[in-house]
Ligand binder design. Structure first.
Ligand code: SF4
Length: 356
């Protein structure tokens, strides 16, 4: 159920993270006078690569291209599907003549062709025993920039040190165009001493989760996303007796570009309201509480506060299934309040994808 009530404190990182996502959706980029035309924002959370996951991701997109991306549906396109749709020809062509060699067996390409056909994003036909393909739409170049934000409501010296090495990894890799730390606005300036533990290339944002306003304490530098990145594999611990060298490897720009697009596709599909997918809205204590007409935060009536996604799982000792009587109206087609919560968040996610 959605209630317009005060929301529990945002000191919990999870609640703060959801407020950062909502603020980014409304106000990105920080410091801008007015909304820039021709640009649209897609916000997601908890995405990245195998080695590094970011709290909040902001995609700056070309608005028209983002509308065209909607032709391919809300679900993400994985790398096999992208290989097919990005290279699909405008005229009927034998698939092996149309597509560059993928670097893996062609049978996987055929599987991807059939999946794309099933999703209605590629046309296929048989010519003898050959499969011919033709594109339905050109895949647009919709992502302009990727911005990563780490949320640290209580940014103290030890949190800054811990974040420092993660942000150094991001700066050396250059997978995101910009990296930021969002910390809670306390009414005082962010202590400049904390900046010393963070790379100068990372921006610092002081966010007030109540009023959803933010001040820039430090502007970030744009990272070299089109150049080879350096992946830090291991670093010396820095002790007096530690003469060991850091271990690293280079990552070529093509690999980075493919990873960036894969992250963007996942962000497009998930958005940030997908937190409910991993929680238990079917629990009788699960509620959505809205502090403004558009942001619904999860609230646990048993705990009396905003619960984290990790707490709200099958192993929660307070879990109780919602009573069947809650579902009597329209059940099982409409489901109970839990289902309604999921639908509300799903509708909001779709509304943020122009063209869907
Ligand atoms: S009791 Fe546990 S499972 Fe139920 S809403 Fe609260 S945190 Fe989630």
């Amino acid at each position: 159920m959605v209630q317009t009530l005060g929301v529990a404190s945002h000191t919990a990182e999870f609640g703060f993270e959801l407020r950062t996502c909502r603020w980014a959706e409304l106000a990105w980029p920080p410091g801008a006078e007015s909304e820039s035309d021709g640009t649209a924002i897609v916000v997601a959370r908890q995405l990245g690569t195998k080695r590094r996951r970011w709290d909040t991701i902001v995609l700056e997109c070309d608005l028209e291209a983002l509308r065209q991306r909607a032709n391919f549906g809300l679900d993400r396109l994985d790398s096999d599907l992208l290989h097919v749709v990005r290279n699909a020809p405008a005229e009927w062509t034998y698939y092996r003549d149309a597509l560059p060699h993928p670097g893996y067996p062609w049978r996987y390409v055929r599987e991807a062709i059939h999946r794309a056909d099933d999703r209605g994003i590629l046309e296929t036909r048989k010519n003898g025993n050959r499969i011919e393909i033709r594109r339905t739409w050109a895949y647009p170049d919709w992502v302009e920039r990727i911005v990563a934000i780490e949320n640290k409501p209580d940014l103290d010296a030890s949190a800054a040190r811990a974040l420092g090495s993660q942000l150094e990894y991001d700066v050396a890799m250059g997978l995101a165009d910009e990296v930021w730390v969002a910390t809670e606005e306390t009414g005082e300036r962010v202590d400049p001493a904390l900046f010393e533990d963070l790379p100068v290339a990372a921006g610092i944002l002081a966010l007030d989760p109540e009023s959803l306003t933010a001040d820039v304490s430090w502007y970030p530098r744009s990272l070299a996303v089109d150049e080879p990145g350096t992946r830090i594999l291991e670093r010396p611990d820095g002790g007096h007796r530690d003469d060991s060298a850091a271990r690293f490897e280079y990552v070529d720009p093509a690999t980075k570009a493919a990873k960036r697009l894969a992250i963007a596709e996942r962000a497009y599909e998930r958005g940030w309201r997908s937190f409910v997918d991993t929680m238990r809205p079917d629990c009788r204590h699960f509620e959505l509480r809205a502090r403004d007409p558009q942001q619904a935060l999860p609230y646990c009536a048993a705990k009396g506060r905003c619960q984290t996604a990790a707490e709200c799982s099958g192993s929660c000792s307070d879990f109780e299934p919602e009573p069947p009587v809650w579902r009597t109206r329209g059940w099982p087609i409409e489901g109970g309040p839990g289902k309604r919560s999921q639908r509300i968040l799903e509708e909001r996610r779709r509304r943020r994808r122009p063209g869907l």
